[in-house]
Design a binder for this molecule. Structure first.
Ligand SMILES: CC(C)(COP(=O)(O)OP(=O)(O)OC[C@H]1O[C@@H](n2cnc3c(N)ncnc32)[C@H](O)[C@@H]1OP(=O)(O)O)[C@@H](O)C(=O)NCCC(=O)NCCS
Length: 226
């Protein structure tokens, strides 16, 4: 892990319905915002017992991921009202009352969620894959490619490219209204590797955002609030 930004990890077991369950990472970001990553080791029936409402997903593993993401919402805030979740045309799940803002992501055997009582939030989790290098010109502007040193002529840094991709996906979800030109409208301005943060300007709403990111072995996580 040397040379790579790592955020503090809280691992352990939590007691849930008389069973010991694995929580991979949990962080209270502010007094009103919580984030969690769940390592999926349960069967579908476990989640079905604990998640009352969910949409139909055909693929079995995708269904497991979907259920685990929903499960995390109440894990982070036990009073989270599952039955009040609506689905926007953009497929963003939300609570019309805005009692809680939340965002969900899943990848492989992991599900991640961020839930806030006070502010919009977006989260994304990724496992670095070669494809991110092939599509760099789709989600990064030439300015960003130069700024972060991730051009084809440079030694390939899949890890950094994945952080940049994940950062933009988190902003896309934070926005939630669909139709975003990633390279033009989500502008990444600078990265602070000590604080694990990326400054960003989102031109569609004229908002300055600070994206936070972290890595856990091969897993990249990015989230944004504000
Ligand atoms: C919707 C999208 C963000 C999902 O990302 P993904 O990496 O495929 O999947 P993730 O597991 O990270 O996220 C899925 C979750 O995001 C949430 N989500 C879906 N659509 C969303 C939206 N429009 N806004 C916010 N959140 C959304 C849902 O909670 C979903 O999980 P669920 O259906 O189980 O509840 C992605 O498919 C997408 O459309 N990205 C934008 C693509 C784009 O415009 N690219 C242009 C540059 S190349």
């Amino acid at each position: 892990m040397t040379g790579r930004p790592v955020i503090p990890v809280t691992t352990g077991k939590i007691k849930l319905k008389e069973q010991l369950m694995p929580i991979f990472f949990q962080q209270q970001i502010t007094p009103a915002t919580r984030l969690g990553i769940w390592k999926i080791e349960e069967t579908e029936s476990f989640f079905r017992d604990n998640v009352p409402h969910h949409r139909d997903v055909t693929h079995p593993h995708k269904r497991l991921q979907h259920l685990a993401g929903r499960f995390l919402l109440q894990f982070l805030y036990p009073a989270f009202p599952y039955d009040l979740i609506h689905l926007a045309e953009t497929r963003k799940p939300y609570l019309p009352s805005e009692e809680y803002h939340f965002s969900i992501s899943h990848c492989g055997d992991y599900a991640a969620a961020i839930v806030s009582r006070e502010t919009r939030a977006g989260i994304d989790v990724e496992i670095p894959v070669e494809k991110v290098a092939k599509i760099r010109h789709k989600f990064l502007s030439d300015t960003e490619i130069g700024l972060f040193g991730v051009g084809e002529e440079q030694p390939e840094d899949l890890h950094l490219l994945t952080i940049l991709w994940s950062a933009k996906e988190a902003v896309y979800k934070w926005y939630g209204n669909g139709k975003v030109d990633f390279s033009e409208q989500i502008r990444l301005l600078s990265i602070n590797r000590e604080q694990h943060s990326i400054d960003c300007h989102f031109t569609k709403t004229g908002t300055d955002l600070q994206i936070r990111y972290g890595t856990f072995d091969n897993l990249v996580l990015a989230w944004v609030t504000g």
